[in-house]
Design a protein around this ligand. Structure first.
Ligand code: PNS
Length: 185
């Protein structure tokens, strides 16, 4: 059996990151501590509907927000996560679990990814308690309604949100705060 030490393992932290939040960055910092290299991977072909930020904008924001980590890089990917992981030489996928409600979706994804590639392990980490309720969707919704989200996103994301702040840009879905969707980070 091949034994891998986490400090030598390259891991992928995939997501939509529309926009990146302090919860995401908290997970990046936890992942960067235990893995040798962490690739934050922004999904291009999301099924979540029209994103607020383009993939390039999200990659740019994440690159800026993670620039102080020596072992973190940011890429965009298309298609299956397992294919991207293989292409990157990554042996692990990092995902965050904030609450029990995340578990079912995350479990299904981890099992499907294992079915598709037996060599790829999913590792779950919990963000700091203060971010357990934070999701990109709630951030957009609250910001749209003039709520203060300054402690929940990096300053550059706040600035980018300000630049986009028109009802049209943030979209009707962002303004609806009804019901958190599992897996909506
Ligand atoms: O931030 P999100 O939207 O919860 O991230 C979801 C993501 C990007 C991790 C997931 O949708 C994904 O991996 N998509 C790539 C397509 C894929 O590999 N699907 C099969 C695994 S279920």
């Amino acid at each position: 059996m091949l034994v891998l030490r986490m400090s030598t393992v390259k891991a992928i932290y995939p997501g939509t990151f529309d926009p990146p939040t302090n919860g995401h960055l908290d997970l990046v910092s936890r992942g960067a501590k235990i893995f040798g290299h962490l690739v934050v991977a922004v999904l291009r072909n999301t099924s979540k509907g029209a994103p607020l930020f383009t993939v390039d904008e999200r990659v740019e924001m994440l690159r800026e927000a993670t620039q102080d980590f020596g072992n973190v890089t940011v890429e965009a990917f298309n298609g299956l996560l397992v294919d991207f992981a293989r292409q990157q030489g990554a042996k692990a996928v990092l995902r965050g679990i904030r609450a029990i409600s995340d578990y079912e979706y995350e479990f299904q994804m981890a099992m499907m990814n294992r079915k598709l590639d037996r060599q790829l392990e999913t590792v779950f980490m919990m963000p700091a308690e203060k971010y357990t309720y934070v999701s990109s969707r709630l951030i957009k919704g609250v910001y749209q309604l003039n709520g203060d989200i300054s402690e929940l996103v990096p300053p550059l994301v706040l600035q980018r949100l300000q630049e986009k702040k028109t009802a049209k840009d943030l979209g009707p879905e962002a303004a609806s705060l009804g019901g958190e969707v599992p897996g909506d980070v």
